[in-house]
Design a protein. Structure first.
Lengths: 347, 339
């Protein structure tokens, strides 16, 4: 890397004091060459740091180490967390993974299996037939959920989110907007399901044995378990706006209460509602404990599927499922944010 | 446009009485200011007129129509809040269109109406902006345009200027007075800022503890306060105890002619500008001096230990510690009626 110091020194001369903050961590005199490994912006700082390095306060350990240290910790944590995800994603396209690295690229067999387009028996003699995959998807997208754990979990989680929207948003509104007897109780009740899914699952089975394993039972359970996240996200959104005045403005302008709620209050809380929906959906789709207790028939929910496959030979299918799940969360998040903002703009 | 009549309105929240037997009439096209310290019941009064509170007792009438039980959305009352409460899921123009839309006005007409109002308020170039990107003054205008778009019978303003900086406030006050007069709309203007109320309003109602203490024109309220509270709340006042007899006011350490034929123990309200430094019956010792530009606010102590506030021209202002002689312009003092 070329040292821009000589060029920049003259350019930046006059500005030097205003850039003290960036120069302090990359002082060439005191900090060795640490600054030269950074990006150009940091190098710019090296220059100004050199000029003002006479100040004693700049040599304090926190000033010298602060930024590089934080950056290093952040990057290593990030790498540590991202590495498994990347390897899993890459491996999901491999035929086998027996050694250190996966091998036998590229196959879509695991993905197809996860997406419910092939049975487990087919997987071994799988050959790439993307056209067929696409045709199956377009012809009968609803057939897929029946076979695929991933899709089943997605639909069930979506059902849970819908229930949460219908129940959670009004609860959040009531708690944020009104003072009423039992308000604290309702608030506590809304947050109570933060209790582990296993407890709720057992209680659920005892109370409604006939609902065990049905889609309805799982949806209700997911919505109940994830309700606190929806209520908390939406409530904080409501509490950050002049709720009563918004409502009263709309009413005075001739909007009935339901109209006010749907066309002013809910859209103004869209950020909380969207993030609540994303959190609920992602958590419900991956819920293990409750699914484990309550599930009895049909395609296994995603978490159970992953658990069943994690130790056996079809680990690569698990890899594909995890990959699909990650992609879906990313896609759903992006789509909800884009669409949500647009869908809410109509008065 | 309509006349508002509050007839013996009382509003209780559990044990507390927010508004206590308030009777008020706002004439057609009048701007009535409701002032008072926080918690005096002025906002509850406004919310009762808007329909968000139902009075525990009493009635609210618009002209001859009793609207006490009419829901807010059917009262045709425009509302502007301190927080503006703009709908940030809509553009500025959509905000203004919202009311007409609820009233079932056709798309073309309401766009036209919205643009006319935005033009009137000189913010037509902001029509397609997101309200969250506007400054406080701009949001305030949008809030006003939105309230006016329903062509309201009555306009209710709840501290609409609070939170704006002083200079913008002065500017907007003058602008809004002109606008409201042109629009010829009945206005109830709630504020804790009595100066603002004096600038903006035809008449002022001073409230305290849920009760209306006095209703009158700004000069009547300032010059002839009905009681101690009003004298204290509106403007700066010196309240001095005196004995009135035979057309004289005896302050103990000084006597002056009495403005009216009062007799007995009275409280005399003396505004700072009613005192004049120079030869006079009062002698006082200056204790503090605050330079305010156009005048010097001076605190002086009378022989009986009572402090008085004076308003003195900077060229004549005495320094702390100085002995001064004060004359009293008896045409500008007000003797409070015996309570």
């Amino acid at each position: 890397m070329t040292d821009p110091a000589t060029d920049d020194r003259t350019d930046n001369d006059g500005d030097a004091p205003t850039h003290d903050w960036s120069g302090s961590d990359a002082d060439p005199a005191a900090g060795g060459g640490s600054g030269s490994d950074g990006d150009p912006a940091t190098d710019g700082g090296t220059v100004t740091g050199g000029i003002t390095s006479g100040h004693a306060w700049q040599r304090s350990p926190s000033a010298l180490l602060g930024r590089p240290l934080v950056t290093a910790i952040f990057l290593s944590t990030f790498a540590f967390l991202v590495f498994p995800v990347v390897v899993t994603f890459v491996a999901s396209f491999a035929r086998e993974w027996t050694g250190v690295l996966p091998s036998g690229f590229v196959t879509f067999a695991h993905w197809e299996q996860v997406l419910g387009l092939a049975s487990y028996e087919d997987a071994a003699n799988y050959s790439l037939r993307l056209g067929e995959v696409l045709r199956a998807l377009t012809e009968n997208p609803l057939a897929a959920p029946g076979k695929s754990p991933l899709f089943r979990s997605m639909w069930l989680a979506l059902g849970g989110v819908l229930v949460n929207l219908v129940v959670g948003v009004p609860i959040a509104y009531a708690v944020a907007r009104y003072e009423f007897p039992g308000r604290d109780l309702l608030n506590a009740f809304a947050v109570l399901p933060l209790a582990p899914g296993i407890i709720l699952g057992v209680a659920f089975l005892r109370a409604f044995p006939e609902l065990s394993g049905t889609d309805f039972g799982l949806i209700v359970g997911y919505s109940l378990l994830k309700a606190p996240f929806m209520v908390m996200a939406v409530q904080s959104s409501f509490e950050s706006m002049p709720l009563r005045q918004l409502e009263e403005s709309a009413r005075s302008l001739g909007a009935s209460w339901p109209r006010t709620f749907l066309s002013v209050i809910v859209p103004n809380a869209r950020r909380g509602i969207i993030s609540g929906a994303i959190i609920c959906w992602a958590l419900a789709a991956a819920e293990f404990n409750f699914s484990y207790i309550v599930f009895s028939r049909g395609a296994r929910p995603l978490a159970l599927f992953l658990k069943a496959n994690i130790s056996n030979s079809s680990f690569l299918t698990t890899a594909a499922a995890v990959s699909v799940f990650f992609l879906l969360i990313a896609a759903v998040t992006a789509a909800l944010q884009l669409l949500g903002n647009r869908a809410f703009t109509t008065g | 446009m309509a006349e508002i009549t509050l007839d013996g309105v009382t509003k209780r929240f559990g044990e507390t009485t927010a508004v206590d037997d308030v009777s008020l009439t706002v004439a057609d096209g009048e701007i009535l200011g409701v002032v008072g310290p926080s918690g005096c019941g002025k906002t509850t009064t406004l919310r009762t007129v808007a329909g968000f509170e139902t009075p525990t007792e009493g009635a609210v009438c618009f002209d001859d129509e009793d609207v006490t039980r009419v829901p807010p959305e059917r009262r045709n009352v425009g509302l502007v809040f301190q927080s503006y409460a703009l709908f940030d899921n809509m553009t500025v123009r959509e905000n203004v269109e919202f009311g007409p839309k609820m009233q079932g006005v056709s798309k073309r007409e309401r766009v036209e109406r919205a643009m006319d109002l935005l033009e009137l308020l000189d913010i037509d170039e902001l029509a397609d902006r997101d309200p969250t990107t506007l400054s406080g003054g701009q949001q305030q205008r949008v809030g006003l345009a939105r309230a006016l778009a329903i062509e309201p019978r009555i306009l209710l303003l709840d501290e609409p200027m609070t939170g704006l900086d002083a200079q913008l406030k002065t500017h907007l006050q003058q602008e809004m007075v002109g606008l409201l007069e042109d629009l010829d709309v009945t206005v109830l203007y709630v504020t804790h800022d009595q100066t603002e109320a004096m600038v903006m309003c035809d008449r002022i109602a001073v409230m305290n503890d849920g009760v209306v203490e006095q209703v009158g024109t700004p000069d009547a309220v300032y010059e002839r306060p009905a009681n101690d509270f009003v004298a204290d709340f509106v403007g700066t006042s010196n309240r001095l105890a005196a004995t009135a007899s035979d057309g004289r006011l005896d302050f103990g350490h000084a006597t002056t002619p009495a403005p009216n034929g009062d007799e007995g123990e009275v409280t005399v309200v003396v505004r700072p500008e009613a005192f004049e430094v120079g030869a006079g019956p009062f002698s006082a010792t200056v204790s503090e001096r605050f330079y305010l530009g156009e005048h010097v606010q001076t605190i002086a102590e009378l022989p009986d230990g009572e402090s008085v506030t004076l308003r003195i021209d900077p060229t004549e202002a005495p320094s702390p510690g100085e002995q001064v002689s004060l004359a009293l312009d008896t045409d500008r003092v007000h003797v409070l009626p015996q309570s």
